[in-house]
Design a protein around this ligand. Structure first.
Ligand code: BTN
Length: 264
């Protein structure tokens, strides 16, 4: 790892202008199985909102649907935040949408990349995945007890294993230049906090509105693969719960909670 790309806590906090996120404890790990797993442990032990876990390398980085997240040493951002939002569990998908907006805004702010969001939680550049989000929640009687939101972003990753090399990209691959991960992380935390503030003051509509502006699939013909079924159709809308509304050739509209989207 080269010095100018340090993710040590002292590097992260330098110039960090958030109020909560990253302002409590920052746990920096040279290697861990999954930063989400570590953040969950900390949350269970009572870690406050804003606690941040970052790792240089993950040995079992997790993606959606039990997939692995490629996490080579010193190349990407592998980071998880402990959140304690006061919201009912059925609104928790908002956290993923909000985080997708924050991650996309951070990249748009700092690079010239053509950043798009693919439902439900992929950040793409030129059709390839540059970042992904994994939100895990724990619920209690009062609603969401804590949420852990994990962001994996391919920053200086020089290349990918064969099975994902067609589908994945990094800031380095797209720009030809290495980018300081701490700068991206700070901007992500700033954007994330701004989005949460917006959610509290103005509700979910503006966040979802921005998500739709950044989404690459609105109105497009797509195929959604789910566990048992595959549907094709046009994206009519994303509803206020984050559910995808797909209209097929017969004019039937379906509400789709989760699945893998590809363009037809
Ligand atoms: C996905 O697109 O499927 C979600 C990928 C999320 C990966 C990040 S890396 C940091 C955090 N720790 C994990 O184990 N997963 C998330």
């Amino acid at each position: 790892m080269n010095d100018s790309d340090s993710l040590l806590p002292r590097e992260i906090v330098e110039g960090l202008d958030t109020e909560v996120l990253g302002k409590k404890e920052i746990v920096h790990l040279v290697e861990t199985d999954s930063t989400n797993a570590r953040a969950r442990e900390l949350a269970e032990q009572g870690a406050p909102e804003g606690t941040l876990v970052v790792a240089e390398r993950q040995t079992q980085g997790r993606g959606r649907k039990g997939r692995a997240w490629f996490s080579p040493s010193g190349a990407g951002l592998y980071t998880s935040l402990v959140l304690r939002p006061s919201m009912p569990p059925n609104e928790a998908t908002r956290i993923t949408f909000l985080t997708a907006v924050a991650a996309a805004e951070a990249l748009l702010h700092l690079t010239d990349l053509n950043v798009r969001i693919k439902w439900p939680n992929d950040i793409l550049v030129n059709g390839k995945k540059i970042a992904g989000i994994l939100t895990e929640i724990s619920t209690g009687r009062g609603g969401v007890d804590y949420a852990v939101v994990g962001l994996g972003m391919n920053v200086n990753t020089p290349g990918f294993p064969d099975d994902i090399s067609e589908k994945a990209t990094s800031v380095f691959i797209e720009t030809g230049e290495r980018f300081p991960r701490a700068v991206l992380l700070r901007e992500y935390l700033r954007q994330q906090e701004a989005c949460f503030r917006r959610l509290r003051t103005s509700g979910f509509e503006p966040i979802l509105g921005r998500w739709k502006e950044l989404a690459d699939s609105m109105g497009k013909e797509i195929r959604v693969r789910m566990l048992e079924n595959t549907y094709e159709g046009w994206v009519e809308d994303i509803d206020p719960e984050g559910i995808l509304i797909l209209r097929d050739r017969q004019g039937i509209s379906r509400r789709i909670l989760a699945g893998d989207v590809s363009f037809v």
